[in-house]
Ligand binder design. Sequence first.
Ligand code: GLN
Length: 187
Amino acid sequence: MIGILALQGNFSSHIQILNKLGYDSKLVKSSKDLDNIDGLIIPGGESTTMTKLIAREDRFVKSIKSFSKKHPILGTCAGLILMSKNSFDDKVINFGIIDIESERNAYGRQVHSFDTRLDLDYNSKNTSFMASFIRAPKISKVGKNVQVICNHDGIPVAVKEGMHFATTFHPELQNEALIHQLCFGDG
Ligand code: GLN
């Protein structure tokens, strides 16, 4: 059973991807919803709004951080921002689940959103897939234990550290299950 943080943002497309992979899903709205799930998706949306909604429950941040010690987490776009060590914005909480720094809205405004084909470079999997970048962040620094699994124009756009994955783009909006499968499947 995979949970999807469902406070704000686009979580329905993630449910479809999990269905496609044959995983049950559950919406996570408070820390008690983290019980009995095997992994968590932090979706895209607005990281500042998500921060406010997470902060409404005192122990939610602590619960997500302790959940991450034992279970895989996938963050897409705003989810990557929240998972970062630092995104240099007081309005955004950083869980520090992946040792990266990120910069919000680094490609510009909504009009600079785009779809593109990316190459995955991970273990023996060399494959390409479509991805949507929507007011996407850029990863500005990658820690030494972080593996970059996709680049776009020489910039890392998908990373893995331990069991956790994060992407600056939305694979789910292209009905693309590959990253979810790497995170929650057998890799
Ligand atoms: N620009 C948003 C933010 O800073 C992220 C956009 C997205 O998740 N598609 O939170």
